[in-house]
Ligand binder design. Structure first.
Ligand code: PNS
Length: 166
Protein backbone atom coordinates (compact mmCIF):
# COMPACT_ATOMS: atom_id res chain seq x y z
CA UNK A 1 0.00 0.00 0.00
CA UNK A 2 1.29 3.46 -0.86
CA UNK A 3 1.39 5.98 1.95
CA UNK A 4 1.71 9.17 -0.01
CA UNK A 5 -1.03 11.77 0.50
CA UNK A 6 -3.77 11.50 -2.15
CA UNK A 7 -2.68 13.06 -5.43
CA UNK A 8 -5.37 15.60 -6.24
CA UNK A 9 -5.67 17.36 -9.60
CA UNK A 10 -7.93 20.09 -10.94
CA UNK A 11 -9.18 20.08 -14.51
CA UNK A 12 -10.52 23.62 -15.00
CA UNK A 13 -12.46 25.10 -17.89
CA UNK A 14 -15.70 26.53 -19.18
CA UNK A 15 -17.12 23.21 -20.47
CA UNK A 16 -19.84 25.01 -22.45
CA UNK A 17 -20.53 22.27 -23.37
CA UNK A 18 -18.51 19.19 -22.41
CA UNK A 19 -17.00 17.53 -25.53
CA UNK A 20 -15.57 14.08 -26.09
CA UNK A 21 -12.15 15.73 -26.05
CA UNK A 22 -12.81 16.85 -22.45
CA UNK A 23 -14.14 13.38 -21.57
CA UNK A 24 -10.95 11.82 -22.94
CA UNK A 25 -8.74 14.11 -20.82
CA UNK A 26 -10.82 13.53 -17.67
CA UNK A 27 -10.52 9.76 -18.15
CA UNK A 28 -6.77 10.00 -18.62
CA UNK A 29 -6.45 12.26 -15.58
CA UNK A 30 -8.60 10.00 -13.43
CA UNK A 31 -6.22 7.11 -14.17
CA UNK A 32 -3.11 8.90 -12.95
CA UNK A 33 -4.46 11.00 -10.08
CA UNK A 34 -6.23 9.71 -6.97
CA UNK A 35 -8.84 12.45 -7.26
CA UNK A 36 -9.67 14.82 -10.09
CA UNK A 37 -11.96 17.83 -9.71
CA UNK A 38 -13.56 19.02 -12.91
CA UNK A 39 -13.80 22.72 -12.05
CA UNK A 40 -16.21 24.88 -14.02
CA UNK A 41 -15.38 28.57 -14.02
CA UNK A 42 -18.41 30.39 -12.57
CA UNK A 43 -19.42 33.93 -13.49
CA UNK A 44 -17.20 34.11 -16.55
CA UNK A 45 -17.80 37.30 -18.51
CA UNK A 46 -18.79 35.56 -21.73
CA UNK A 47 -22.44 34.57 -21.98
CA UNK A 48 -22.63 30.78 -21.81
CA UNK A 49 -25.16 28.60 -23.65
CA UNK A 50 -25.50 26.28 -20.64
CA UNK A 51 -25.94 27.56 -17.09
CA UNK A 52 -23.41 26.54 -14.45
CA UNK A 53 -25.93 24.12 -12.94
CA UNK A 54 -26.62 22.53 -16.32
CA UNK A 55 -22.92 22.07 -16.98
CA UNK A 56 -22.36 20.53 -13.53
CA UNK A 57 -25.32 18.15 -14.06
CA UNK A 58 -24.09 17.06 -17.51
CA UNK A 59 -20.56 16.26 -16.34
CA UNK A 60 -21.83 14.46 -13.22
CA UNK A 61 -24.13 12.39 -15.40
CA UNK A 62 -21.29 11.39 -17.76
CA UNK A 63 -18.95 10.46 -14.88
CA UNK A 64 -21.49 9.02 -12.45
CA UNK A 65 -19.65 5.67 -12.32
CA UNK A 66 -16.27 7.23 -11.49
CA UNK A 67 -15.80 7.70 -7.77
CA UNK A 68 -12.61 9.73 -8.16
CA UNK A 69 -14.11 12.34 -10.51
CA UNK A 70 -15.82 15.25 -8.72
CA UNK A 71 -17.53 18.17 -10.44
CA UNK A 72 -17.70 21.65 -8.92
CA UNK A 73 -17.80 25.31 -9.89
CA UNK A 74 -15.21 27.81 -8.77
CA UNK A 75 -14.85 31.58 -8.55
CA UNK A 76 -11.79 33.76 -8.40
CA UNK A 77 -8.25 32.59 -8.99
CA UNK A 78 -7.80 29.00 -10.12
CA UNK A 79 -4.70 28.53 -7.96
CA UNK A 80 -6.62 29.64 -4.84
CA UNK A 81 -9.30 27.06 -5.57
CA UNK A 82 -6.60 24.43 -6.22
CA UNK A 83 -4.97 25.16 -2.89
CA UNK A 84 -8.30 24.96 -1.07
CA UNK A 85 -8.69 21.47 -2.58
CA UNK A 86 -5.10 20.59 -1.61
CA UNK A 87 -4.43 19.87 -5.26
CA UNK A 88 -0.88 19.63 -6.50
CA UNK A 89 -1.68 19.62 -10.22
CA UNK A 90 -3.70 21.54 -12.78
CA UNK A 91 -4.56 19.41 -15.81
CA UNK A 92 -4.97 21.04 -19.22
CA UNK A 93 -5.50 19.41 -22.59
CA UNK A 94 -3.26 20.39 -25.49
CA UNK A 95 -4.80 19.74 -28.88
CA UNK A 96 -2.43 21.47 -31.24
CA UNK A 97 0.44 23.93 -31.36
CA UNK A 98 -2.16 26.71 -31.57
CA UNK A 99 -3.19 25.97 -27.97
CA UNK A 100 0.34 26.24 -26.74
CA UNK A 101 0.89 29.98 -26.43
CA UNK A 102 -2.20 30.68 -24.29
CA UNK A 103 -1.60 27.56 -22.20
CA UNK A 104 2.07 28.40 -21.68
CA UNK A 105 1.18 31.91 -20.46
CA UNK A 106 -1.44 30.57 -18.06
CA UNK A 107 0.83 27.82 -16.75
CA UNK A 108 3.65 30.25 -16.02
CA UNK A 109 1.34 32.83 -14.44
CA UNK A 110 -0.20 30.12 -12.27
CA UNK A 111 3.28 28.92 -11.30
CA UNK A 112 4.25 32.44 -10.31
CA UNK A 113 1.11 32.72 -8.18
CA UNK A 114 1.45 29.26 -6.62
CA UNK A 115 4.83 27.59 -7.20
CA UNK A 116 3.76 24.35 -5.53
CA UNK A 117 0.94 23.72 -8.03
CA UNK A 118 2.22 22.09 -11.21
CA UNK A 119 0.46 22.31 -14.59
CA UNK A 120 0.28 18.96 -16.37
CA UNK A 121 -0.56 18.92 -20.07
CA UNK A 122 -2.25 15.92 -21.59
CA UNK A 123 -3.01 15.17 -25.23
CA UNK A 124 -6.44 13.87 -26.13
CA UNK A 125 -6.83 11.04 -28.60
CA UNK A 126 -5.91 12.43 -32.01
CA UNK A 127 -9.47 11.95 -33.27
CA UNK A 128 -10.53 14.77 -30.96
CA UNK A 129 -7.79 17.27 -31.73
CA UNK A 130 -10.00 19.56 -33.83
CA UNK A 131 -12.99 19.65 -31.47
CA UNK A 132 -13.79 22.70 -29.37
CA UNK A 133 -16.91 23.70 -27.45
CA UNK A 134 -17.19 26.80 -29.62
CA UNK A 135 -17.22 24.81 -32.88
CA UNK A 136 -19.66 22.25 -31.48
CA UNK A 137 -22.13 25.03 -30.61
CA UNK A 138 -21.73 26.73 -33.97
CA UNK A 139 -22.05 23.55 -36.06
CA UNK A 140 -25.00 22.27 -34.06
CA UNK A 141 -26.91 25.55 -34.13
CA UNK A 142 -26.45 25.72 -37.92
CA UNK A 143 -27.84 22.21 -38.37
CA UNK A 144 -24.61 20.18 -38.70
CA UNK A 145 -24.11 16.69 -37.24
CA UNK A 146 -22.15 16.46 -34.00
CA UNK A 147 -22.81 12.81 -33.08
CA UNK A 148 -19.64 11.16 -31.80
CA UNK A 149 -18.07 14.49 -30.88
CA UNK A 150 -19.96 15.03 -27.62
CA UNK A 151 -21.52 12.61 -25.11
CA UNK A 152 -25.15 11.67 -26.01
CA UNK A 153 -26.49 13.65 -23.03
CA UNK A 154 -24.89 16.83 -24.44
CA UNK A 155 -26.48 16.23 -27.84
CA UNK A 156 -29.86 15.82 -26.11
CA UNK A 157 -29.45 19.02 -24.11
CA UNK A 158 -28.37 20.92 -27.23
CA UNK A 159 -31.53 19.74 -28.97
CA UNK A 160 -33.51 21.05 -25.98
CA UNK A 161 -31.84 24.46 -26.29
CA UNK A 162 -32.60 24.60 -29.99
CA UNK A 163 -36.27 23.79 -29.41
CA UNK A 164 -36.49 26.46 -26.72
CA UNK A 165 -35.19 29.03 -29.21
CA UNK A 166 -37.75 28.24 -31.88
O1 PNS B 1 -10.85 25.95 -21.08
P1 PNS B 1 -10.99 27.43 -20.86
O2 PNS B 1 -12.41 27.89 -20.97
O3 PNS B 1 -10.04 28.18 -21.73
O4 PNS B 1 -10.55 27.67 -19.32
C1 PNS B 1 -10.00 28.86 -18.88
C2 PNS B 1 -9.75 28.80 -17.35
C3 PNS B 1 -11.03 28.58 -16.61
C4 PNS B 1 -8.77 27.70 -17.04
C5 PNS B 1 -9.11 30.17 -16.96
O5 PNS B 1 -9.88 31.21 -17.50
C6 PNS B 1 -9.00 30.36 -15.46
O6 PNS B 1 -8.23 29.69 -14.81
N1 PNS B 1 -9.80 31.28 -14.90
C7 PNS B 1 -9.85 31.55 -13.48
C8 PNS B 1 -9.25 32.90 -13.11
C9 PNS B 1 -7.74 32.80 -13.05
O7 PNS B 1 -7.17 32.11 -12.23
N2 PNS B 1 -7.09 33.54 -13.97
C10 PNS B 1 -5.64 33.55 -14.08
C11 PNS B 1 -5.17 32.44 -15.02
S1 PNS B 1 -3.42 32.50 -15.27
Amino acid sequence: MSNHPPRVAIYPGSFDPLTNGHVDIIERGSRIFDQIYVAILANAEKKPLFTENERVAIIREVFKGRANVQVETFNGLLVDYAQRKQATALVRGLRAVSDFEYEFQMALMNRRLAPSVETVFMMPDEKYTYISSRLIKEVFMLGGAIAGLVPPVVEEKLQGKQKARR
